[in-house]
Design a protein around this ligand. Structure first.
Ligand code: FAD
Ligand code: FES
Length: 334
């Protein structure tokens, strides 16, 4: 087929259709490449092209530097081959088991408003689906060629029905224009997944977890907390959920029940723009007030970019080793 190219990785060779992105082709055929945003904004998916030609749109210097470009690096999530190519995938030091990317179809089985401008949506899948807690799928927006990423909030053990937490973005194509408009129980949903390397890792099983969430960044952390507790019900887990006002808080009963059931789970909602009976301020500041040192903990952070960056700074100030700080930013699509 003249419109199909080969991608040679040194150890294997996969096919790539015309217009298909290098990252998509590799992940679908079981070659793991670290990736996070799949939209050209994070730089996680860099691979070096050592032979052949790709069509690679310009990327900001902060994502791909001039010197990286000179050495042949491209963002694999944005690049399409125009000839057969040879790539050097980065060595995988994670030791994790990765799941191949695939297309998925399902039906909305519930859609509930859980807070101001926030819905919880469940989708029953036609076929079972394997992913790691923390990962996401890309939902196809009907009538467009666009997709948007949304994280699973359910643990992988309950993979027949996916749970999502979705916040409305004013004038947003996926949210205002579809999910908060016409999506209802019974609607069909098409998606691809699993994506992302924000993954629950049991590399240090006894280590206490600090989970810092902003808004619907709570979704992958719920999946991670539930997966960690399935493995060890006594696991020490500190969940901080930051929102602006009490009307934006959701899943409060879920987390309170979890903390009652598991002796070492602590749940701390934080409001940044309202005084109330609970904690005020940002999640990173609340965490710093509670911990003198985070040297012996691991962290997962998810939410708006500024919240994640502030949380990482707070954890470093409390001496958490950088390799134990895992993060995902809900960067808007460009
Ligand atoms: P768009 O049409 O993309 O945006 C409309 C306008 O609003 C644009 O001008 C855009 O730049 C601006 N805009 C969009 N988002 C923001 C923002 N956050 N802050 C400021 N301006 C903005 N969201 C969830 O609610 N739940 C999730 O589980 C979730 N998981 C994600 C996982 C990943 C890896 C990433 C990268 C993002 C995730 N998001 C999640 C964000 C989500 O994918 C969409 O970006 C969001 O729902 C807005 O999409 P939209 O099509 O409605 O808005
Ligand atoms: Fe490709 Fe983020 S830039 S995954």
């Amino acid at each position: 087929d003249p419109t199909t190219f080969r991608i040679d990785t040194g150890t294997t060779s996969v096919t790539c259709g015309s217009g298909q992105r290098v990252l998509d082709a590799l992940l679908r055929q079981g070659v793991w490449i670290p990736n996070s945003c799949n939209q050209g904004t994070c730089g996680t998916c860099k691979v070096r092209v050592t032979g052949g030609m790709v069509d690679a749109p310009p990327a900001p210097d902060t994502v791909l530097s001039d010197s990286e470009r000179d050495q042949g690096y491209v963002l694999s999530c944005q690049s399409t081959p125009t000839t057969d190519i040879v790539v050097e995938p980065p060595a995988d030091e994670s030791g994790a088991h990765h799941h191949a990317l695939r297309d998925l179809a399902g039906t909305v089985s519930s859609l509930t408003t859980v807070a101001d401008d926030t819905v919880s949506v469940t989708v029953s899948l036609d076929d079972p689906f394997e992913f790691t807690a923390g990962q996401y799928v890309e939902l196809s927006i009907p009538g467009t060629d666009q997709t948007r990423p949304y994280s699973m909030a359910n643990p992988p053990s309950e993979s027949g029905t996916l749970e999502f937490h979705i916040r409305r973005q004013p004038d947003g194509l996926a949210t205002d224009g579809w999910i908060f408009d016409s999506l209802t129980v019974g609607s069909s949903v098409s998606m691809t997944g699993p994506w992302g390397d924000f993954c629950h890792r049991e590399d240090e099983p006894g280590v206490g977890l600090i989970l810092l969430a902003g808004g619907t960044g709570l979704a992958p952390l719920k999946s991670i907390a539930r997966a960690a507790l399935e493995a060890d019900p006594e696991r020490e887990i500190h969940v901080y959920h930051g929102v602006r006002t009490e009307t934006e808080l959701y899943d409060v009963d879920f987390w309170r029940a979890l903390a009652t059931e598991h002796p070492n789970v602590r749940y701390t909602p934080c409001l940044s723009r309202q005084q109330w009976c609970g904690r005020a301020g940002y999640v990173g500041d609340a965490m710093m007030a509670d911990f003198g040192s985070c040297r012996n903990h691991a962290a997962y952070l998810c939410g708006p970019p500024a919240m994640v960056e502030a949380g990482v700074r707070a954890l470093k100030r409390r001496r958490m080793p950088p390799r134990r700080i895992r993060r995902e930013k809900y960067t808007p699509a460009t």
